[in-house]
Design a protein around this ligand. Structure first.
Ligand SMILES: Nc1nc(=O)c2c([nH]1)NC[C@@H]1CN(c3ccc(C(=O)N[C@@H](CCC(=O)O)C(=O)O)cc3)C=[N+]21
Length: 290
C-alpha cells in the first residue's frame, strides 16, 4: 500500500501566500494612492458555475483589501448597454481592473466586448494588446490561468528550460497564452488539440504536460511519461452514480499520480492560482496608476 505517488503542486497554499503578500503591498501603497485598489467584475446571465467563480473572486478581493465592484446583468442585456458600462469603468478612477466573466450569452460578441476594455485595466490579460505584448515578451497584463501555472512551476523550482512541454488545448484563455509563456521560459513547446493525430504519442513525450481541454479523464496514466510534471487546468463538474456532484480535472488523477513526479489537484490546484493572479494583476495596474 505504499506505492509511489506524485508530489502535489498545492495551488491553494500558494494562493494564500500570494494573498498575504498582496495585502501587505496594498497596505503600503494605499496612503500614497489615497484609495484601495478596485476590481470590477461583470457577469451576464445566470450560469451557476460562473456565479460560483465570481463569488470566489469577490471573496478573495475582500481578503486582501481590493474593493470589488460586481455588476450582474440579465441574460438579455444588449451589447451596446455593456459597451457603455465598460466605457464608464474605463473612465472610473477607482477601478484598476475590469473583468468580463466568460462565457457570455450567445447573442453577445465576447471578443468585440473584450476589445472595449482599456488594456491597462485588463485584469484578465485577454485584450489583443496584452496578448500581443506577451508574444513580444513585453511587460503587460498576463492571462490569469497561464500566469498561475507558470507561478506554480516556479514555486516548486521546476525548471522548464530546454524541456519538452506539451499543452493539450488551444484556447485563447489558456492553451495559446500558456504555450507562449512556456516558450518565453525556454521550453520546447508543442500544442496538441482535438485534431491532433495520435495524442498519446505526443503526450508521452512531455516532461511537462498541461491538460486544458475540458474533458474529464482525458489524460490517463498510459499517456504520461514516468516522472513527468502534470498540470491539470480542467474544471469539470461530474455527477456520480449516487447523484453527488464533484469537480474533476482533465487528468485521471488516481492513475496518473502513480506515474508522474508532480501533479496539480482539482480543486486546489490551478483554479486557486487563477484567482490569485487576477488579484495580482489588479494590484499591478493599481501600482502603475499612482
Ligand atoms: N473572463 C474570465 N476570466 C476567467 O478567469 C474565467 C472566466 N472568464 N470564465 C470561467 C473560467 C474559470 N475560472 C475559474 C476561477 C476560479 C476557480 C476556482 O476558484 N477554483 C477553486 C475552487 C473550485 C470550487 O470548489 O468551486 C479550485 O480549483 O480550487 C476555478 C476556475 C475562471 N475563468
Amino acid at each position: 500500500m505504499d506505492a509511489k505517488t506524485a508530489q502535489l503542486l498545492d495551488g491553494k497554499a500558494l494562493a494564500e501566500q500570494i494573498y498575504t503578500q498582496l495585502q501587505q503591498q496594498i497596505q503600503q501603497m494605499q496612503p500614497t494612492v489615497g484609495r484601495a485598489p478596485g476590481l470590477a467584475v461583470l457577469m451576464v446571465g445566470d450560469n451557476p458555475a460562473s456565479a460560483a467563480y465570481v463569488q470566489n473572486k469577490e471573496r478573495a478581493c475582500a481578503k486582501v483589501g481590493i474593493a470589488s465592484y460586481g455588476q450582474h446583468f440579465p441574460t438579455e442585456t444588449s451589447f451596446s448597454e455593456l459597451e457603455k458600462v465598460i466605457q464608464a469603468l474605463n473612465q472610473d478612477d477607482r477601478v484598476d481592473g475590469i473583468l468580463v466573466q466568460l462565457p457570455l450569452p450567445d447573442h453577445l460578441d465576447a471578443v468585440a466586448l473584450l476589445h472595449q476594455i482599456n488594456p491597462d485595466k485588463d485584469a484578465d490579460g485577454l485584450h489583443p494588446l496584452n496578448l500581443g505584448r506577451l508574444v513580444r515578451s513585453e511587460p503587460g497584463l498576463r492571462s490569469c490561468t497561464p500566469a498561475g501555472v507558470m507561478r506554480l512551476l516556479q514555486e516548486y523550482k521546476i525548471d522548464v528550460k530546454g524541456k519538452q512541454a506539451v499543452v493539450v488545448g488551444r484556447s485563447i484563455l489558456v492553451g495559446k497564452p500558456l504555450a507562449m509563456m512556456l516558450l518565453e521560459a525556454d521550453a520546447t513547446v508543442t500544442i496538441a488539440h482535438s485534431r491532433s493525430h495520435d495524442l498519446p504519442t505526443i503526450t508521452r513525450n512531455a516532461d511537462i504536460l498541461v491538460a486544458a481541454v475540458g474533458r474529464p479523464g482525458l489524460i490517463t496514466a498510459e499517456m504520461v511519461k514516468p516522472g513527468a510534471v502534470v498540470i491539470d487546468v480542467g474544471i469539470n463538474r461530474v455527477t456520480n452514480d449516487a447523484g453527488k456532484s464533484r469537480l474533476v480535472g482533465d487528468v485521471d488523477f488516481d492513475s496518473v499520480q502513480r506515474v508522474a513526479q508532480f501533479i496539480t489537484p482539482v480543486p486546489g490546484g490551478v483554479g486557486a492560482m487563477t484567482v490569485a493572479m487576477l488579484l495580482q494583476n489588479t494590484v499591478w495596474s493599481y501600482s502603475q496608476r499612482q
